[in-house]
Design a protein around this ligand. Structure first.
Ligand code: ATP
Ligand code: BTN
Length: 320
């Protein structure tokens, strides 16, 4: 963290969107203009757009509302860790499952190694999106993990709805979609052995105001700013709403199981009654998607009838 102190201090100064000269920043940090310039370069490497205008100084392309650990802590019931720069919030919690209370949250402004499923990268520029993970101890053991990974998606749809954002859908097992574009991805990772309590880490990356043209992402994606048509999003209030909704939903799931969630999940299924294909390694099965069943498996209708599919190796894709 110490190595990033100067960059984070410069960023929190620039966050308001005003101009600051190299001289002013240097005086505040007790370093030369050349050193400031080097740190600015480092900040740009985190994916932040900064302009330099002769005679005026540095300015962010868009103001950033930084995450505020105290604000979030005061409003949620679980422990909160904010680490502005991290490899991956999922990895941070996975490395510590033995010493964490269930519900502990880790948030970051930037992930050096943000990941999706099967080692794929999650693009995680500084300050423009949300990246957070929650540790959840599931006493029912591993068998309940599939259902849990589905219900967190429902919790996100609920939280956004409570903030007035409608039309958010789910892609099995747990990606968030808006108008057929990916808004957020959820990654559930498990540590634990069969027959014991399962230690789950549930991580989500949600795009908030990441600029469309700058990112090399090989599938259609969107951001909350595009969904709601305005760029100013209260990231702290959003983080609180999402964390609260996850805790509430996970508790309900632990007490009541999947039964009450199946209809809710299907009601916001992006691909229900649409042609899809399921990719399973070399195997591809095409059919009409019919939602999920009580075990959290996805239902596919083919000439053979309706069959259920479940497992971490399956990817669902549109087949229209
Ligand atoms: P699956 O259906 O198997 O889960 P997926 O396409 O959702 O597949 P993941 O591994 O879940 O893939 O997520 C990583 C993928 O998401 C990347 O390969 C890339 O296509 C995409 N991606 C990466 N970063 C972002 C981002 N910030 N916003 C939207 N999509 C992203
Ligand atoms: C996906 O679409 O497959 C899941 C992407 C999950 C990204 C989030 S960002 C916070 C957490 N930390 C990670 O390294 N990944 C998840």
């Amino acid at each position: 963290m110490k190595e990033h102190h100067a960059k984070l201090t410069i960023l929190s100064t620039l966050a308001d969107g005003d101009f600051y000269s190299g001289e002013t920043l240097g005086a505040a940090l007790g370093m030369s203009r050349a050193a400031i310039s080097k740190h600015i370069q480092g900040i740009q490497d985190w994916g932040v757009d900064i302009f330099r205008v002769q005679g005026k100084g540095y300015q962010l392309a868009q103001p950033i509302q930084l995450l505020d650990e105290n604000y979030i802590r005061q409003r949620v019931s679980t422990p909160v860790h904010l680490h502005p720069i991290i490899d991956s919030t999922n990895q941070y919690l996975l490395d510590r499952v033995g010493s964490l209370t269930s519900g502990t949250v880790c948030l970051a402004e930037y992930q050096e190694k943000g990941r999706g499923r099967r080692g794929r990268q999650w693009i995680s520029p500084f300050g423009t999106n949300l990246y957070f993970s929650m540790y959840w101890r599931l006493d029912a053991g591993m068998a309940a993990a599939m259902g849990l990974s589905l219900v967190v998606g429902v919790a996100v749809v609920d939280a956004l709805k409570s903030l007035g954002v409608d039309g958010i859908k789910l892609k099995w097992p747990n990606d968030l979609y808006y108008q057929d574009k990916k808004l957020a991805g959820i990654l559930v990772e498990v540590s634990g052995q069969a027959g014991e309590a399962a230690h789950l880490v549930i991580g989500m990356g949600m795009n908030l105001s990441m600029a469309q043209e700058e990112q090399q992402i090989d599938q259609p994606w969107t951001s909350l700013a595009q969904v709601i048509g305005k760029s100013q999003i209260d990231r702290n209030a959003l983080a609180v709403a999402l964390i609260q909704s996850w805790v509430r939903t996970l508790e309900t799931y632990e007490n009541e199981g999947m039964t009450n969630f199946v209809a809710r999940w299907n009601a916001v299924d992006n691909f229900i009654d649409r042609p899809v294909k399921l990719l399973m390694g070399e195997r591809v099965i095409a059919g009409i998607e019919r939602g999920i069943d009580a075990h959290g498996a996805v239902l596919l209708e083919t000439e053979q009838g309706i069959e259920s599919y479940v497992g971490g190796e399956i990817s669902l894709r549109s087949n229209e």
